[in-house]
Design a binder for this molecule. Structure first.
Ligand code: HEC
Length: 178
C-alpha cells in the first residue's frame, strides 16, 4: 500500500470515528408541547354522541334562545331562522318525501345532540366557540320548538336533549344492514 493510500485510509477511519462521536453528542431539543389528551372532556373534545356523551352541563329554553337568535343569528339565517343568506335552520319538516325536499336541521338531522355540537363548534360562523353552554341549549330549544319538536316551555339540558326524537330519526338506511 502506498503512503498516500495509507494516509487516506487513516483519514477516512478518523473521520468515521469522529462523525459517529459527533452524532452521539447531538441532543434533540423537544419541540412544541405534548398533544392535548382528547380522551378527557376538554376544550379540544367537542364531539357529542347521539346518546349525549360529552354534553356539558347547562340549561336554556326557547324564550331565551329567541333573544340570542335575534341578536347573533338572524342577520344570516333570517329573523325566524328562514329567508336569510345562510341555510334555513327551521321549517320544511316532512318535505323530504315531497316534490321539493328541503334539508333543514328539523327536517333532516337524525339527532338533536348534533345541533348542540354544531352550534357550539361553528356558530356564529364568524365567532365559533363564543357561546356558553346555556346559550347553546337555549338556541337549540328555540330551533327545535319552532317546529314543535319540543315543547316551547321545556328547559333543555344535557339530560333531556339526547331524549329528543327528531322527525327524520328513522329516515336513514344503513349501507351495511348487518
Ligand atoms: C355571519 C353569518 C352567520 C351567522 C351570524 C350565523 N350563521 Fe349559522 N350558518 C351560516 C352559514 C354560511 C352556514 C352554512 C355553513 C356550511 O354549510 O358550511 C350556517 C349553518 C348553520 C347551521 C347548519 C344548517 C344546516 O342545515 O346545515 C346551523 C344549525 C346554524 N348555522 C345555526 C346558527 C346559530 C344558532 C347562529 C347564532 C348563534 C348562527 N348560525 C349564526 C352563517 C351564519
Amino acid at each position: 500500500m502506498s503512503t498516500a493510500m495509507t494516509s487516506n485510509l487513516i483519514i477516512s477511519i478518523a473521520l468515521l470515528i469522529f462523525s459517529s462521536l459527533c452524532h452521539a453528542d447531538i441532543v434533540y431539543q423537544p419541540l412544541g408541547k405534548p398533544a392535548a389528551d382528547i380522551s378527557k372532556q376538554s376544550e379540544w373534545n367537542l364531539t357529542i354522541s347521539p346518546d349525549g356523551k360529552n354534553l356539558p352541563e347547562g340549561t336554556g329554553n326557547a324564550a331565551q334562545g329567541a333573544k340570542i337568535f335575534a341578536l347573533q343569528c338572524a342577520a344570516c339565517h333570517g329573523p325566524e331562522g328562514v329567508g336569510g343568506s345562510a341555510d334555513p335552520v327551521i321549517g320544511e319538516v316532512g318535505s323530504l318525501a315531497s316534490e321539493y325536499p328541503e334539508k333543514t336541521v328539523n327536517s333532516y338531522w337524525p339527532y338533536a345532540t348534533t345541533l348542540f355540537d354544531y352550534i357550539r363548534r361553528a356558530m356564529p360562523i364568524d365567532r365559533p366557540f363564543s357561546l356558553s353552554a346555556d346559550e347553546v341549549y337555549a338556541l337549540s330549544a328555540y330551533i327545535l320548538s319552532q317546529d314543535g319538536i319540543i315543547d316551547a316551555e321545556l328547559d333543555l339540558t344535557e339530560k333531556n336533549l339526547p331524549q329528543v326524537t327528531m322527525p327524520n330519526r328513522d329516515g336513514f338506511i344503513s349501507i351495511y344492514p348487518d
